[in-house]
Design a protein around this ligand. Structure first.
Ligand code: COA
Length: 380
């Protein structure tokens, strides 16, 4: 018999503050700050490595600290050989997000600081994870397509190496800078679902690899990170700007969820969209693929009129990744190669000020009733 009368409840935890963080803040009216720095300033000026260091350590690195951070990332990029063997054992059809999740889980076994949750050890493990999540994606993709992994180029940035290790070609400066900006945009977003999953796992005092494994599993879903893969399928299906409005109305009439639209926190627009839209426009012009932005813009106009819903960053990320030459299955893993920096920063913060995250539920099942099962003396 319940002894309580009323429990407060918010479906999906909407609007519930589930913890404190000094890493990132999201303002529903469009603002996104990384430790107090505006995302627009960061996107136009900062490198991913600078942002990752800021998220992890609390302050922007000076030139010497940044060089040291880059050196540490370069030193940790290579995967242990058995992890490469594991990637080779997976069926060729394995989704890259599943490869990534499994790879992160296995990496934990090769870290001799696995069970040390101290601040210093967590920061060292974070640097390994930021370096190796990227390699798991690029090496995993090559292996699944019958190619051998290639060693990194320590003189290239994180974004430069992502390109290079994936394709085997050194990217042009503008390509690297674009991916770098995308990594900056995707690095953190306070208590999004995958980060929250990481924090829940870390709050049991499980290790950072367990937490990042949880985060990878959570990011995959189409309501979260998986939306950028699904958005590309949608845009491919629409094909031309003229078809966007009719296509969308048809889908809305069927009550379909439209990928790349809506957001739990932003109600007046996702602060990352304008930057991602401009990257898409720039890429379209450079490559002569100018249809994607008008398709997205027509979808935006129609969605605003029909449902008063705004686009989120994944709508424009989809054609951006395609124009950068990535297949849609790599959209979410590419997101992960950046977001791992946020996940790790949140795990460090969670372990530094830990309290178990354990909400309660609102029971809606049958009322208490007498047992009428067939066993009389317990299970035999
Ligand atoms: N397409 C169509 N309708 C949508 C929608 C979308 N993308 N997003 C929200 N809605 C509608 C819902 O159907 C609901 O309508 P109703 O009140 O008539 O039932 C209303 O808007 C509220 O949506 P809800 O799902 O309750 O909002 P949420 O805060 O729980 O969900 C998302 C947020 C992001 C999960 C949701 O907007 C969504 O599924 N978007 C598509 C996936 C996506 O792009 N995810 C990436 C997010 S960055």
């Amino acid at each position: 018999m319940s002894t309580e009368t009323k429990r407060s409840y918010s479906p999906g935890l909407a609007g519930v503050a589930a913890g404190e963080t000094a890493i990132c803040s999201v303002d529903p009216n469009s603002g996104l700050l990384y430790r107090g720095y505006d995302i627009h300033e960061m996107a136009s000026q900062a490198s991913f490595e600078e942002v990752a260091s800021l998220l992890l350590k609390g302050e922007l690195p000076c030139a010497q600290e940044l060089a040291e951070f880059q050196k540490q990332l370069a030193a940790e990029r290579e995967l242990p050989k058995p992890v490469l063997e594991l990637l080779r054992l997976m069926p060729k059809s394995t989704h890259p997000m599943d490869m990534l999740r499994t790879g992160v889980s296995m990496l934990g076994a090769f870290d001799n600081e696995l069970n040390d949750n101290s601040h210093a050890a967590n920061v060292r493990k974070s640097i390994r994870l930021i370096a190796r999540v990227s390699t798991l994606v690029t090496d995993g993709w090559r292996i699944a397509h019958g190619d051998d992994p290639i060693p990194d180029k320590p003189d290239l940035t994180h974004a430069g190496n992502f390109f290079y290790k994936l394709t085997g070609a050194v990217p042009q400066t503008w390509q690297t800078r674009m991916l770098d900006t995308i990594f900056v945009l995707y690095a953190d977003h306070e208590f999004n679902a995958s980060t929250f999953a990481a924090r829940v796992t870390a709050s049991t005092l499980a290790d950072i690899y367990a937490a990042v494994t949880s985060a990878c599993g959570t990011l995959k879903g189409p309501l979260h990170g998986g939306a950028n893969e699904e958005s590309m399928k949608m845009l491919d299906d629409i094909k031309t700007p003229e078809r966007a409005e009719g296509w969308l109305k048809e889908q809305l009439a069927k009550k379909a969820k439209i990928m790349g639209f809506g957001h739990r926190v932003y109600k007046k627009g996702d602060s990352r969209v304008p930057v991602m839209r401009e990257i898409a426009r720039d890429l379209g012009k450079r490559l002569g693929k100018e249809q994607w932005v008008p398709i997205c813009e027509n979808l935006e106009k129609t969605m605003e009129r029909e449902k008063q819903l705004c686009a989120n960053v994944d709508l424009y990320a989809a054609p951006v990744f395609t124009m950068l030459g990535f297949p849609p299955e790599l959209n979410t893993p590419t997101f992960a190669a950046s977001r791992v920096s946020g996940w790790c920063a949140h795990v460090v913060e969670q372990h530094d000020h830990n309290r178990l995250i354990r909400p309660i539920s609102l029971y809606v099942g049958p009322a208490e009733r007498p047992y009428k099962g067939v066993s009389k003396n317990g299970a035999k």
